[in-house]
Write a protein that binds this ligand. Structure first.
Ligand SMILES: C[S@@+](CC[C@H](N)C(=O)[O-])C[C@H]1O[C@@H](n2cnc3c(N)ncnc32)[C@H](O)[C@@H]1O
Length: 399
Protein backbone atom coordinates (compact mmCIF):
# COMPACT_ATOMS: atom_id res chain seq x y z
CA UNK A 1 0.00 0.00 0.00
CA UNK A 2 1.31 3.41 -0.82
CA UNK A 3 0.39 6.33 1.40
CA UNK A 4 1.36 9.93 1.71
CA UNK A 5 4.97 10.06 2.69
CA UNK A 6 5.08 13.76 3.28
CA UNK A 7 6.13 13.44 6.89
CA UNK A 8 7.56 9.99 7.00
CA UNK A 9 11.03 11.24 6.12
CA UNK A 10 10.80 13.94 8.73
CA UNK A 11 9.11 11.69 11.24
CA UNK A 12 11.72 8.96 11.27
CA UNK A 13 14.20 11.46 12.67
CA UNK A 14 11.80 13.23 15.04
CA UNK A 15 9.83 10.32 16.40
CA UNK A 16 11.25 7.17 17.85
CA UNK A 17 8.71 4.66 19.06
CA UNK A 18 6.10 2.68 17.23
CA UNK A 19 2.64 4.09 17.74
CA UNK A 20 -0.39 2.24 19.02
CA UNK A 21 -3.45 2.12 16.84
CA UNK A 22 -6.01 4.61 18.06
CA UNK A 23 -8.93 2.25 18.46
CA UNK A 24 -11.86 2.32 20.77
CA UNK A 25 -10.62 1.57 24.27
CA UNK A 26 -11.02 -2.00 25.41
CA UNK A 27 -13.13 -0.86 28.36
CA UNK A 28 -15.98 -0.12 25.94
CA UNK A 29 -16.52 -3.84 25.48
CA UNK A 30 -16.63 -4.39 29.21
CA UNK A 31 -19.19 -1.63 29.73
CA UNK A 32 -21.28 -3.02 26.92
CA UNK A 33 -21.20 -6.47 28.43
CA UNK A 34 -22.40 -5.28 31.85
CA UNK A 35 -25.10 -3.19 30.20
CA UNK A 36 -26.33 -6.23 28.33
CA UNK A 37 -26.77 -7.98 31.65
CA UNK A 38 -28.56 -4.99 33.09
CA UNK A 39 -30.99 -4.76 30.16
CA UNK A 40 -31.58 -8.46 30.26
CA UNK A 41 -32.47 -8.32 33.97
CA UNK A 42 -34.71 -5.31 33.45
CA UNK A 43 -36.66 -7.15 30.77
CA UNK A 44 -37.13 -10.12 32.96
CA UNK A 45 -39.05 -7.92 35.39
CA UNK A 46 -41.40 -6.87 32.56
CA UNK A 47 -41.72 -10.34 31.09
CA UNK A 48 -45.01 -10.04 29.24
CA UNK A 49 -43.80 -9.28 25.64
CA UNK A 50 -43.47 -12.20 23.21
CA UNK A 51 -39.97 -13.62 22.75
CA UNK A 52 -39.28 -12.13 19.24
CA UNK A 53 -40.48 -8.67 20.40
CA UNK A 54 -38.40 -8.97 23.52
CA UNK A 55 -35.34 -9.93 21.52
CA UNK A 56 -35.88 -7.01 19.14
CA UNK A 57 -36.17 -4.61 22.10
CA UNK A 58 -33.00 -6.02 23.66
CA UNK A 59 -31.09 -5.67 20.41
CA UNK A 60 -32.32 -2.10 19.88
CA UNK A 61 -31.50 -0.99 23.41
CA UNK A 62 -28.11 -2.71 23.26
CA UNK A 63 -27.21 -0.99 20.00
CA UNK A 64 -28.33 2.40 21.37
CA UNK A 65 -26.33 1.92 24.58
CA UNK A 66 -23.29 0.73 22.64
CA UNK A 67 -23.35 3.75 20.37
CA UNK A 68 -23.72 6.11 23.32
CA UNK A 69 -21.13 4.41 25.53
CA UNK A 70 -18.41 3.93 22.94
CA UNK A 71 -18.17 7.72 22.70
CA UNK A 72 -17.63 8.14 26.43
CA UNK A 73 -14.03 6.98 26.79
CA UNK A 74 -13.16 8.87 23.61
CA UNK A 75 -14.58 12.10 24.98
CA UNK A 76 -12.89 11.48 28.31
CA UNK A 77 -9.50 11.08 26.62
CA UNK A 78 -10.12 14.23 24.63
CA UNK A 79 -10.93 16.20 27.75
CA UNK A 80 -7.63 15.20 29.31
CA UNK A 81 -5.70 16.72 26.42
CA UNK A 82 -5.33 20.25 25.13
CA UNK A 83 -7.75 19.40 22.32
CA UNK A 84 -11.15 21.02 22.67
CA UNK A 85 -13.67 18.38 23.77
CA UNK A 86 -16.45 18.69 21.22
CA UNK A 87 -16.78 19.05 17.49
CA UNK A 88 -18.19 22.54 18.09
CA UNK A 89 -15.12 23.56 20.14
CA UNK A 90 -12.82 22.17 17.48
CA UNK A 91 -14.66 23.92 14.70
CA UNK A 92 -14.64 27.20 16.63
CA UNK A 93 -10.88 26.95 17.21
CA UNK A 94 -10.20 26.07 13.58
CA UNK A 95 -12.47 28.87 12.36
CA UNK A 96 -10.52 31.44 14.40
CA UNK A 97 -7.34 30.46 12.51
CA UNK A 98 -8.27 29.20 9.04
CA UNK A 99 -11.05 28.39 6.65
CA UNK A 100 -11.36 25.47 4.24
CA UNK A 101 -12.34 26.57 0.76
CA UNK A 102 -12.03 25.70 -2.91
CA UNK A 103 -8.66 26.66 -4.44
CA UNK A 104 -8.48 26.86 -8.24
CA UNK A 105 -6.73 23.77 -9.62
CA UNK A 106 -6.30 22.14 -6.22
CA UNK A 107 -9.72 21.06 -4.97
CA UNK A 108 -10.09 22.32 -1.41
CA UNK A 109 -7.37 23.93 0.65
CA UNK A 110 -6.78 25.82 3.90
CA UNK A 111 -6.53 29.62 4.03
CA UNK A 112 -5.41 31.66 7.05
CA UNK A 113 -8.15 34.00 8.32
CA UNK A 114 -5.66 35.95 10.44
CA UNK A 115 -1.91 36.43 10.67
CA UNK A 116 -0.26 33.36 12.19
CA UNK A 117 3.05 33.59 14.03
CA UNK A 118 5.92 31.18 13.40
CA UNK A 119 5.68 28.39 16.00
CA UNK A 120 1.92 28.73 16.53
CA UNK A 121 -0.19 25.59 16.74
CA UNK A 122 -2.41 25.73 13.70
CA UNK A 123 -4.29 22.51 14.29
CA UNK A 124 -4.32 19.49 16.59
CA UNK A 125 -6.10 16.33 15.65
CA UNK A 126 -6.66 12.73 16.66
CA UNK A 127 -6.84 10.14 13.91
CA UNK A 128 -10.13 8.67 12.75
CA UNK A 129 -8.18 5.43 12.62
CA UNK A 130 -4.65 4.17 12.18
CA UNK A 131 -3.33 1.22 10.17
CA UNK A 132 0.07 -0.46 10.07
CA UNK A 133 2.04 0.81 7.08
CA UNK A 134 2.87 -2.77 6.05
CA UNK A 135 -0.01 -5.23 5.99
CA UNK A 136 -0.38 -8.79 4.80
CA UNK A 137 -4.19 -8.87 4.69
CA UNK A 138 -6.49 -7.12 2.20
CA UNK A 139 -6.24 -3.32 2.66
CA UNK A 140 -9.84 -2.80 1.56
CA UNK A 141 -11.13 -5.31 4.14
CA UNK A 142 -9.05 -3.69 6.87
CA UNK A 143 -10.22 -0.17 6.00
CA UNK A 144 -13.85 -1.33 5.77
CA UNK A 145 -13.58 -2.86 9.23
CA UNK A 146 -12.20 0.38 10.69
CA UNK A 147 -14.88 2.44 8.94
CA UNK A 148 -17.58 0.28 10.49
CA UNK A 149 -16.40 1.40 13.94
CA UNK A 150 -16.78 5.12 13.19
CA UNK A 151 -19.68 7.30 14.23
CA UNK A 152 -21.92 8.55 11.39
CA UNK A 153 -20.23 11.98 11.70
CA UNK A 154 -16.75 10.47 11.39
CA UNK A 155 -17.92 8.24 8.55
CA UNK A 156 -19.14 11.30 6.66
CA UNK A 157 -15.86 13.12 7.40
CA UNK A 158 -13.96 10.24 5.82
CA UNK A 159 -16.13 9.95 2.71
CA UNK A 160 -15.98 13.73 2.21
CA UNK A 161 -12.23 13.61 1.65
CA UNK A 162 -10.78 13.93 -1.81
CA UNK A 163 -9.16 11.07 -3.68
CA UNK A 164 -7.03 10.41 -6.74
CA UNK A 165 -5.87 7.31 -8.62
CA UNK A 166 -9.31 5.63 -8.49
CA UNK A 167 -9.32 2.68 -10.94
CA UNK A 168 -10.98 4.01 -14.14
CA UNK A 169 -12.92 0.77 -14.73
CA UNK A 170 -14.71 1.05 -11.36
CA UNK A 171 -17.59 3.24 -10.19
CA UNK A 172 -17.05 5.32 -7.02
CA UNK A 173 -20.84 5.40 -6.51
CA UNK A 174 -20.90 1.62 -6.12
CA UNK A 175 -17.41 0.36 -5.32
CA UNK A 176 -17.24 1.71 -1.77
CA UNK A 177 -14.36 -0.46 -0.64
CA UNK A 178 -12.18 0.70 -3.54
CA UNK A 179 -13.31 4.28 -2.98
CA UNK A 180 -12.30 4.01 0.68
CA UNK A 181 -8.88 2.69 -0.36
CA UNK A 182 -8.36 5.59 -2.78
CA UNK A 183 -9.37 8.09 -0.07
CA UNK A 184 -7.04 6.42 2.37
CA UNK A 185 -4.09 6.46 -0.03
CA UNK A 186 -4.64 10.10 -0.95
CA UNK A 187 -4.97 11.34 2.61
CA UNK A 188 -3.21 9.03 5.08
CA UNK A 189 -0.15 10.41 6.85
CA UNK A 190 2.55 8.79 8.90
CA UNK A 191 1.90 8.27 12.60
CA UNK A 192 5.37 7.18 13.62
CA UNK A 193 7.63 4.70 11.95
CA UNK A 194 5.27 1.83 11.17
CA UNK A 195 1.79 3.22 10.89
CA UNK A 196 -0.37 5.68 9.01
CA UNK A 197 -3.56 7.44 10.01
CA UNK A 198 -6.43 9.52 8.68
CA UNK A 199 -6.91 13.05 10.01
CA UNK A 200 -9.85 14.63 8.17
CA UNK A 201 -9.20 18.23 9.18
CA UNK A 202 -5.51 18.39 8.38
CA UNK A 203 -6.11 16.32 5.22
CA UNK A 204 -7.20 19.54 3.50
CA UNK A 205 -3.62 20.84 3.53
CA UNK A 206 -2.21 21.06 0.04
CA UNK A 207 1.44 20.67 -0.85
CA UNK A 208 4.26 23.16 -1.41
CA UNK A 209 7.99 22.49 -2.03
CA UNK A 210 11.09 23.75 -0.16
CA UNK A 211 10.50 27.42 0.71
CA UNK A 212 6.80 27.23 -0.25
CA UNK A 213 5.53 25.12 2.62
CA UNK A 214 4.72 27.04 5.77
CA UNK A 215 3.32 24.43 8.16
CA UNK A 216 4.73 21.14 9.39
CA UNK A 217 2.89 18.34 11.10
CA UNK A 218 4.26 15.94 13.66
CA UNK A 219 2.80 12.89 15.33
CA UNK A 220 2.92 12.86 19.13
CA UNK A 221 2.99 9.28 20.18
CA UNK A 222 2.29 9.77 23.87
CA UNK A 223 -0.68 12.03 23.25
CA UNK A 224 -1.95 10.04 20.24
CA UNK A 225 -2.29 13.29 18.40
CA UNK A 226 -1.09 15.06 15.28
CA UNK A 227 0.14 18.64 15.72
CA UNK A 228 0.45 21.17 12.92
CA UNK A 229 2.78 24.14 13.55
CA UNK A 230 3.53 27.20 11.45
CA UNK A 231 7.27 27.18 10.58
CA UNK A 232 7.21 30.75 9.31
CA UNK A 233 5.00 33.77 9.79
CA UNK A 234 1.87 33.42 7.68
CA UNK A 235 -0.27 36.35 6.61
CA UNK A 236 -4.03 36.49 6.63
CA UNK A 237 -5.30 35.22 3.25
CA UNK A 238 -2.24 32.99 2.56
CA UNK A 239 -2.77 29.31 1.86
CA UNK A 240 -1.37 26.94 4.48
CA UNK A 241 0.85 24.41 2.75
CA UNK A 242 2.65 21.40 4.08
CA UNK A 243 5.02 19.12 2.23
CA UNK A 244 4.11 15.62 1.02
CA UNK A 245 7.65 14.45 0.37
CA UNK A 246 11.32 15.26 0.90
CA UNK A 247 11.58 18.37 -1.23
CA UNK A 248 15.38 18.58 -1.11
CA UNK A 249 15.29 17.13 -4.62
CA UNK A 250 15.40 18.82 -8.02
CA UNK A 251 12.12 20.15 -9.46
CA UNK A 252 11.79 17.41 -12.12
CA UNK A 253 12.05 14.66 -9.54
CA UNK A 254 9.63 16.35 -7.13
CA UNK A 255 7.10 16.91 -9.89
CA UNK A 256 7.38 13.34 -11.19
CA UNK A 257 6.79 11.95 -7.70
CA UNK A 258 3.82 14.22 -6.97
CA UNK A 259 2.22 13.47 -10.33
CA UNK A 260 2.57 9.74 -9.87
CA UNK A 261 1.50 9.63 -6.22
CA UNK A 262 -1.01 12.49 -5.99
CA UNK A 263 -1.99 13.15 -9.60
CA UNK A 264 -1.07 16.81 -9.74
CA UNK A 265 1.52 18.90 -11.54
CA UNK A 266 3.16 21.05 -8.87
CA UNK A 267 3.01 24.77 -9.57
CA UNK A 268 3.99 25.95 -6.10
CA UNK A 269 6.08 29.13 -5.83
CA UNK A 270 9.31 27.13 -6.05
CA UNK A 271 8.22 24.91 -8.96
CA UNK A 272 6.98 28.02 -10.81
CA UNK A 273 10.33 29.82 -10.70
CA UNK A 274 11.76 30.81 -14.09
CA UNK A 275 14.23 28.20 -15.35
CA UNK A 276 17.39 30.04 -14.28
CA UNK A 277 16.11 30.62 -10.74
CA UNK A 278 14.73 27.11 -10.59
CA UNK A 279 18.17 25.68 -11.44
CA UNK A 280 19.75 27.77 -8.68
CA UNK A 281 17.15 26.47 -6.24
CA UNK A 282 17.81 22.88 -7.40
CA UNK A 283 21.55 23.38 -6.85
CA UNK A 284 20.94 24.61 -3.30
CA UNK A 285 18.61 21.73 -2.48
CA UNK A 286 21.01 19.16 -3.94
CA UNK A 287 23.83 20.72 -1.99
CA UNK A 288 21.78 20.49 1.24
CA UNK A 289 21.16 16.77 0.63
CA UNK A 290 24.84 16.13 -0.08
CA UNK A 291 25.92 18.10 2.97
CA UNK A 292 23.53 16.08 5.15
CA UNK A 293 25.13 12.88 3.83
CA UNK A 294 28.62 14.25 4.56
CA UNK A 295 27.58 15.28 8.05
CA UNK A 296 26.29 11.75 8.72
CA UNK A 297 29.77 10.40 7.95
CA UNK A 298 30.96 11.85 11.29
CA UNK A 299 29.28 8.78 12.83
CA UNK A 300 31.71 6.49 10.98
CA UNK A 301 34.70 8.65 11.91
CA UNK A 302 35.41 9.80 8.31
CA UNK A 303 35.34 13.45 9.37
CA UNK A 304 36.20 15.00 12.72
CA UNK A 305 33.96 17.04 15.02
CA UNK A 306 35.15 20.43 13.77
CA UNK A 307 34.56 19.44 10.14
CA UNK A 308 31.11 18.09 11.08
CA UNK A 309 30.15 21.43 12.63
CA UNK A 310 31.43 23.34 9.59
CA UNK A 311 29.05 21.23 7.50
CA UNK A 312 26.15 21.98 9.87
CA UNK A 313 26.85 25.69 9.48
CA UNK A 314 26.97 25.35 5.70
CA UNK A 315 23.59 23.52 5.67
CA UNK A 316 22.17 26.33 7.79
CA UNK A 317 23.53 28.95 5.43
CA UNK A 318 22.28 27.25 2.25
CA UNK A 319 18.92 26.68 3.95
CA UNK A 320 18.66 30.42 4.63
CA UNK A 321 19.48 31.23 0.99
CA UNK A 322 16.85 28.77 -0.21
CA UNK A 323 14.30 29.65 2.46
CA UNK A 324 14.25 26.01 3.56
CA UNK A 325 13.74 26.37 7.30
CA UNK A 326 12.41 22.95 8.20
CA UNK A 327 14.45 20.34 10.16
CA UNK A 328 16.64 22.95 11.85
CA UNK A 329 15.81 21.73 15.35
CA UNK A 330 17.04 18.25 14.41
CA UNK A 331 20.17 19.70 12.77
CA UNK A 332 21.12 21.78 15.83
CA UNK A 333 20.37 18.81 18.13
CA UNK A 334 22.73 16.66 16.03
CA UNK A 335 25.40 19.37 16.35
CA UNK A 336 24.86 19.31 20.13
CA UNK A 337 25.42 15.54 19.94
CA UNK A 338 28.79 16.08 18.22
CA UNK A 339 29.78 18.70 20.82
CA UNK A 340 28.78 16.36 23.67
CA UNK A 341 30.69 13.45 22.14
CA UNK A 342 33.80 15.67 22.12
CA UNK A 343 33.18 16.74 25.74
CA UNK A 344 32.62 20.43 24.98
CA UNK A 345 29.98 21.48 27.51
CA UNK A 346 29.76 25.14 26.40
CA UNK A 347 29.26 24.19 22.76
CA UNK A 348 26.75 21.46 23.67
CA UNK A 349 24.82 24.06 25.63
CA UNK A 350 24.85 26.58 22.78
CA UNK A 351 23.70 24.06 20.14
CA UNK A 352 21.04 22.69 22.49
CA UNK A 353 19.73 26.25 22.98
CA UNK A 354 19.47 26.70 19.22
CA UNK A 355 17.80 23.30 18.87
CA UNK A 356 15.30 24.25 21.58
CA UNK A 357 14.37 27.38 19.64
CA UNK A 358 13.85 25.62 16.29
CA UNK A 359 12.19 22.52 17.69
CA UNK A 360 9.89 25.01 19.41
CA UNK A 361 8.77 26.39 16.04
CA UNK A 362 8.45 23.08 14.24
CA UNK A 363 7.28 20.54 16.80
CA UNK A 364 6.11 22.81 19.60
CA UNK A 365 7.42 24.42 22.78
CA UNK A 366 5.62 21.69 24.74
CA UNK A 367 7.25 18.86 22.77
CA UNK A 368 9.53 16.13 24.10
CA UNK A 369 12.28 17.42 21.84
CA UNK A 370 12.21 20.88 23.45
CA UNK A 371 12.19 19.38 26.89
CA UNK A 372 15.21 17.17 26.03
CA UNK A 373 17.10 20.21 24.73
CA UNK A 374 16.35 22.15 27.92
CA UNK A 375 17.68 19.30 30.02
CA UNK A 376 20.80 19.08 27.85
CA UNK A 377 21.56 22.75 28.45
CA UNK A 378 21.68 22.21 32.20
CA UNK A 379 23.37 18.80 32.07
CA UNK A 380 25.54 18.47 28.94
CA UNK A 381 27.47 15.64 30.62
CA UNK A 382 24.20 13.68 30.77
CA UNK A 383 24.11 13.27 26.98
CA UNK A 384 24.40 9.61 26.08
CA UNK A 385 27.26 10.40 23.66
CA UNK A 386 29.18 12.42 26.25
CA UNK A 387 32.97 11.91 26.02
CA UNK A 388 32.62 9.09 23.49
CA UNK A 389 35.19 10.82 21.23
CA UNK A 390 38.45 12.65 21.76
CA UNK A 391 38.00 15.83 23.85
CA UNK A 392 38.35 18.88 21.55
CA UNK A 393 36.84 22.38 21.28
CA UNK A 394 33.76 22.37 19.04
CA UNK A 395 32.67 25.61 17.32
CA UNK A 396 29.47 27.18 18.61
CA UNK A 397 26.62 28.36 16.34
CA UNK A 398 27.02 31.68 14.48
CA UNK A 399 23.34 32.50 14.80
C1 LIG B 1 -4.53 15.38 0.94
S1 LIG B 1 -5.38 16.03 -0.39
C2 LIG B 1 -5.30 17.75 -0.07
C3 LIG B 1 -6.64 18.38 0.00
C4 LIG B 1 -7.41 18.33 -1.29
N1 LIG B 1 -7.02 19.43 -2.16
C5 LIG B 1 -8.90 18.36 -1.04
O1 LIG B 1 -9.62 18.96 -1.83
O2 LIG B 1 -9.34 17.76 -0.06
C6 LIG B 1 -4.22 15.74 -1.66
C7 LIG B 1 -4.71 16.12 -3.03
O3 LIG B 1 -4.86 17.53 -3.13
C8 LIG B 1 -4.43 17.99 -4.40
N2 LIG B 1 -3.26 18.86 -4.21
C9 LIG B 1 -2.45 18.96 -3.14
N3 LIG B 1 -1.51 19.89 -3.31
C10 LIG B 1 -1.68 20.40 -4.52
C11 LIG B 1 -1.01 21.39 -5.28
N4 LIG B 1 0.06 22.05 -4.81
N5 LIG B 1 -1.48 21.67 -6.52
C12 LIG B 1 -2.54 21.02 -7.04
N6 LIG B 1 -3.23 20.05 -6.36
C13 LIG B 1 -2.82 19.75 -5.11
C14 LIG B 1 -4.06 16.76 -5.20
O4 LIG B 1 -5.19 16.35 -5.93
C15 LIG B 1 -3.75 15.75 -4.12
O5 LIG B 1 -3.93 14.42 -4.57
Amino acid sequence: MTTRRRISQRKTSLEKSEPEAFGRPRSVKNSLFSLHKHVYNANRVFSTPKVPTLLAIIVLISVACYLALRELPYRFVQKQSAIPATHDDLEARDASIFTVQGIPGKGKGIIAVRDIKRGEVVLQERPLFVLPSEITTSPTALITRHLSLLTPYEHAQFYNLSYVNFPPDLDPENDFAELALAIFQTNAVSTGVNSVGIFPRMARLNHGCSSAFNVVYTWREKEGMLMVHAIRDIQKGEELLTTYTDTKRPRDQRRAYLLHQYSFHCTCDVCSLPDKKSKESDRRLKSMSELHAQFASWGGGTIDGVQAIEIVKRIWEVGSEEGYLSERGRLAADAAWVAAAHSDAASTNAWARLAEEWFGYEVGVDSEQVSEMRTLQTQPEGHLAWASRQAIRIPTPDV
